[in-house]
Design a protein around this ligand. Sequence first.
Ligand code: CUA
Length: 421
Amino acid sequence: MRDRLSRLTRRLIPGAFLLLAACAGEHPQTMIEPVTEFGRIQTALWATVTWWTVGIMVVVFGALIFILFRFRERPDGPEPKPIYGSTKLEIAWTVIPALIILFIAVPTIQAIFATQVEAPEDAVVVEAIGHQWWWEFRYPDHGITTANEFYVPVDRPVALRLRSADVIHSFWIPRLGGKKDVNPVPRTPEGVDPLHQNQIVLSIDSAGEYLGQCAEFCGTSHAIMRMMAHAVEPAEFEAWVRDMQTSVEPSGEAAARGREIFLRSTCIACHAIEGTSAQGQLGPNLTHFGERFSIGAGLMDNTEENLAEWILHAPELKKGIFMPGAEVAAGGVAPTGLTREEAEAVAAYLIDLRRPAAGRLMDTGPGAAGAEPATGADGATGAPADTAARPGDTTAAPADSIPAAPAAPGPDPTDTTAQQR
Ligand code: CUA
């Protein structure tokens, strides 16, 4: 018996240390260090409820342990006295829980109202559209679209309008606040029905990169549906918007050849790149793809080698997706038929799609080819100093110089769910 016990402890202790070790280090997705008022309200509520339940647990278990010992059966002890009904007890165990529920309900209702405010007029509107399995981000006021990561200015209200192009997803960037369902929204002749569209209104008070992910099971590759919010200084945000509205010319021969291959291949049926003839709307918009932190919504780091592998073997690397590989069809789309050499050229072109001096924002460490998310060393704290040094800032013009949205946005891809199947 003693042997078994010590063997068990020997196994449990390292396990406990492992568990604790997992709590140390970087926490890019912690919910207890929010950077928005929206998040702080929720965290405060969570703390309130947690402390109430801890208090209840201590009282209940304390009383239980006390009673078990105090009134245990003893040799020669008296027979316990049977009790039939007690009005005092009945009142106590009705009133006390009712009061506890009241103490929890009041702050909960306050938090619900505080986090459901309407967006102010000057809010930056970002439409976040869930797809199996990636995120589309549109800026209707600026006419730009991007995927899997998005930029917002700090200290300004942001209205995140959430909807889905297919099944129910859940939008969750823990440091910005709690998750919210991303539902397919019924269409009206005027467009998206705002009544059914979920919205999160928040204002981020600390520049940084905030990692998030889909938080509701939505199919085979649900776990690979990550996203990132870049909160930047207002001037940098304006520079980013301007850059997103302009095209990037290939910087060298390899990239130029990659562009030529990309534009004559089937890639353009689904992908768009600003300033080129590629205007497909079914897959992620690839404008400035070279700056993104990952390939395949968090599948792997965004390196040229990984990208070439992705172009060649996407359906094998991420199950269930609509993007075909070079040889394997997917989602009813025929294989691209690109050779390895052609795929490498296209990868060189896509990696080249970035603002002249903007590097990729996150480290692409040694684990580049692994399936781990590219959180990078800056993931938790953000890198304001680093991002502030980007040249986009120095040329930043006043806010009113941002060119307006070029034209009415094209047909809404969320209308075309059926085509994706
Ligand atoms: Cu989208 Cu889970």
